[in-house]
Structures are given as structure tokens and as C-alpha cells.
Design a protein around this ligand. Structure first.
Ligand code: ATP
Length: 395
């Protein structure tokens, strides 16, 4: 691809959903959604099964139309346009390669459909194979390739029509863990090189934050938060996002006092907390939820008769329910009577210098900087996401 071509592609691929609602009879799959994805963004749509991710991809691709609202690509409404006129391409999780066609013919297929002469389309397909580092496999059949190689052929096939937007529906879910991590890096690299918009649907939180510039967390046909990966993970907006994305513990209680930018919170289980509240107007007597970063929680063994000092805040007593070695850190789940269990990620060396074990009585502490307020939205029933036995320690 020439520099000029790369430059012109870099300006393309802006997606806008404007007040989009999609109904299937009684089911509201998408509910008045407005979202702008800037050109050249790697965007991940994440949310539980049935929240409407695929419906969004299908409306952008042209396989479905909104019941209300507008879908725009590069400023132009595409509602009613057939898929081939939208400048989009789609890559599915099954890859859907034609088993009877060689790799180069698989890649060239859509150019054939568009009437491009054989020599020209094969040349273009080989260029595309070159871009995904698969030129040496051009004459192989799909069955003679590994899963990762098939994925790259599928990617080349999607990109051969020079789309401005690539829509990827769970592109990595058919791969084993090792390949998945490798391939997500390849996707990110390809997106950067091409400078087009990738819109990638996934169920996997770590996949979304690893690749995306913009993470869109969905729930029930609504967007709960759309922000850069680090913000969604470390500054979740709501109790729902905090729980769904992981990496955080959620505590709830009542506001008992507000001192400037600090709210004092008491929970039914006895914990007392001082939470920074710059961004939220809070009043005494209100219920209040906040998140605590799991990697900022310190856990220390405590004697059975330990009680918290009355002046001590941001500390709770509990019992270790489980420890799980995760390499760089150890995941310690702490159970509490009358409250949700919570999790601490303790760096490996620190944990083994002073280990705790299942059944140990512990005191957990964290600093004010590890906490931030949450709005109650979309999490009226987390058990529907994680089953009746929902326990944040298992996420
Ligand atoms: P998953 O992660 O399981 O693929 P999703 O987030 O992609 O789920 P969608 O496939 O977009 O969810 O579905 C959103 C809602 O719309 C669901 O309640 C689904 O049952 C409903 N739905 C989707 N397609 C249709 C259809 N053609 N007819 C009726 N209902 C539909």
C-alpha cells in the first residue's frame, strides 16, 4: 500500500449511532443508543450474552436495520444501503473459509464477486496475504493450516476490499488460550498499520482492555460506560461496570457524614469508610456504593479476638475463603459475615513473605486513593450474569 493510500485510509471509518433502537417484536435489543467511534479507533463492545452486541454489528454491516435512529459511517447515513456499499467488512468467529478454495482464492473471492478480472484479483489477494505474513501459504487449502493461520487468512479476506470499518464478531473465541493472546496482538498490530476502525465484539474482559482504544460496556441494549480501557477498568462508572469488568471490589453502605470532599460511609456489616467524593454530590442518609481496587488491598493475619479500633476506617475484618496462585500475584478471597466477600491481589513476593491460608482470620486495609464512588446502574440483579450464587470473588 502506498503512503498516500495509507494516509487516506487513516481519515476514514468514523461510526456514529444516533438514537438507535432495534426491536424484534416485543424484545428491545438496542434501546435508544448514541455512540460515536472516531475514525481509526480500535473499539471493543463487551457485555453479557444477549445485551445486543451482535445486533449492533449487524446494523452497521447492513444485515439489519434500526427500528428507529440513524447509523452513519464517515458522516453518511448508511441505513438502507446494502452491505457492499457501506465500506465495511465482517470477520466471524468460525472464519467461514471455503474448504475447497486455496488461501489465495479464498482471499480473492469477494473481488471475484465484484467482477474483478482473475489476474488483478489474485495480485491483490497476494498483496493482502503479504500484509498478514501468509504469502508462503497462498496455495495451501484451509484444512492444511493451523487455527491461527486460518484466522490470518480470514483477516486478509475481510480486508481485501479495502473497508474503512472491520467488524469482528468474537474473532478469537475458537482459539486456544495461547493462540488467542498471540492473535489479539496481531489484530491490534494490523489495525494500527491499516489505520481503519476495528469494532470487535468479545465476552472477555482482558481481551477488550488489551486491544481496545475505546471499550464500550453494554447491558440490556444500553451503554453503561464507553471510555478508554484504563478508565473502564480502574474508574468504572457504575456498580455494574465495576463488577462486570473485574479488578475491583464493590462495597455499599449509608452516608453518615460529608466533610468537604470526603464522605463517611457505614455499612450494615460494620465497616466504616472514608471515600473521596469530588465527582459526586452526596447527602447524609443516602445509600452509597464505591469501588476498591483489588491490587490496592493489603491483607494481614489477625488474632481471633482482634477488633477494629473505632477510629480506623477503610479496614475490615474477615476470613480467608480461598487463595489462588496466579503467577505475578496471589488472589486472596476474603469472606465476611453479613457482607459480600471481596478479593485482594497480593504481589507474589509480598504474599509469600507473609502468607495467609484458607480459614485464617485477617484484617484488610486500603488507602483512600484506591477507592472511588459508583453510581447504581444496571446492576439490579447481578445473579443474572453470574448465576444465583454470584460472588465477586469468583469473577
Ligand atoms: P451473545 O453474546 O450471546 O452473542 P449479543 O450481546 O450479541 O449476545 P444479540 O445477539 O445482539 O446479543 O441479541 C440481543 C437481543 O435481541 C437478545 O435478547 C436476542 O434474543 C434478541 N434477538 C437478536 N436477534 C433476534 C431476532 N432475529 N429475532 C428476535 N430476537 C432477536
Amino acid at each position: 500500500m502506498s503512503q498516500n493510500e495509507e494516509k487516506s485510509l487513516a481519515k476514514n471509518g468514523e461510526i456514529e449511532l444516533v438514537g438507535v433502537t432495534k426491536r424484534f417484536d416485543e424484545v428491545v435489543a438496542i434501546n435508544d443508543m448514541t455512540l460515536k467511534i472516531p475514525a481509526g479507533t480500535y473499539c471493543c463492545l463487551i457485555g453479557p450474552s444477549g445485551c445486543g452486541k451482535t445486533t449492533i454489528l449487524r446494523m452497521i454491516a447492513g444485515h439489519d436495520s434500526p427500528t428507529e435512529g440513524d447509523v452513519r459511517i464517515d458522516g453518511r447515513s448508511v441505513v438502507g444501503l446494502p452491505p457492499v456499499k457501506r465500506g465495511t467488512a465482517m470477520m466471524f468467529q468460525s472464519y467461514a473459509l471455503f474448504p475447497h478454495l486455496s488461501c489465495v482464492d479464498n482471499v480473492a473471492f469477494s473481488l471475484k464477486m465484484r467482477g474483478m478480472p482473475k489476474v488483478e484479483r489474485r495480485k491483490k489477494a497476494r498483496e493482502m496475504l503479504n500484509r498478514v505474513h501468509m504469502e508462503q501459504f497462498a496455495d495451501r487449502m484451509p484444512a492444511e493450516l493451523s487455527g491461527g493461520q486460518q484466522q490470518r487468512i480470514a483477516l486478509a479476506r475481510s480486508l481485501v476490499t479495502d473497508p474503512h470499518v472491520l467488524l469482528l464478531d468474537e474473532p478469537l473465541s475458537a482459539l486456544d488460550e495461547f493462540l488467542r493472546v498471540q492473535m489479539r496482538g496481531n489484530l491490534r498490530q494490523m489495525q494500527k498499520e491499516l489505520g481503519i476502525t476495528f469494532l470487535h465484539v468479545t465476552h472477555t474482559q482482558m481481551e477488550a482492555i488489551a486491544v481496545a482504544d475505546l471499550v464500550v460496556v453494554m447491558d440490556h441494549g444500553n451503554i453503561d460506560q464507553a471510555a478508554p480501557a484504563r478508565e473502564v477498568y480502574f474508574r468504572p462508572r457504575s456498580t455494574y461496570v465495576a463488577r462486570f469488568m473485574g479488578g475491583q471490589n464493590v462495597f455499599s453502605g449509608q452516608v453518615v457524614a460529608v466533610n468537604g470532599k470526603v464522605a463517611e460511609i457505614e455499612e450494615n456489616a460494620g465497616g466504616r469508610f472514608t471515600v473521596p467524593v469530588q465527582e459526586t454530590a452526596v447527602k447524609e442518609g443516602e445509600s452509597f456504593s464505591f469501588a476498591v481496587r483489588r491490587d490496592h488491598v493489603e491483607v494481614e493475619k489477625a488474632a481471633d479476638d482482634t477488633v477494629l479500633k473505632t477510629e480506623e476506617t477503610n479496614a475490615v475484618l474477615g476470613t480467608v475463603g480461598m487463595t489462588e496462585y496466579q503467577g505475578t500475584w496471589v488472589k486472596v478471597t476474603v469472606e465476611r459475615e453479613g457482607a459480600e466477600s471481596f478479593v485482594a491481589y497480593i504481589p507474589d513476593e509480598r504474599f509469600f513473605a507473609k502468607p495467609v491460608a484458607e480459614g485464617d482470620r485477617v484484617i484488610a486495609r486500603w488507602s483512600m486513593e484506591a477507592m472511588h464512588p459508583l453510581v447504581h446502574e444496571g446492576d439490579e440483579d447481578m445473579s443474572r450474569l453470574f448465576g444465583e450464587d454470584f460472588n465477586p470473588g469468583t469473577v
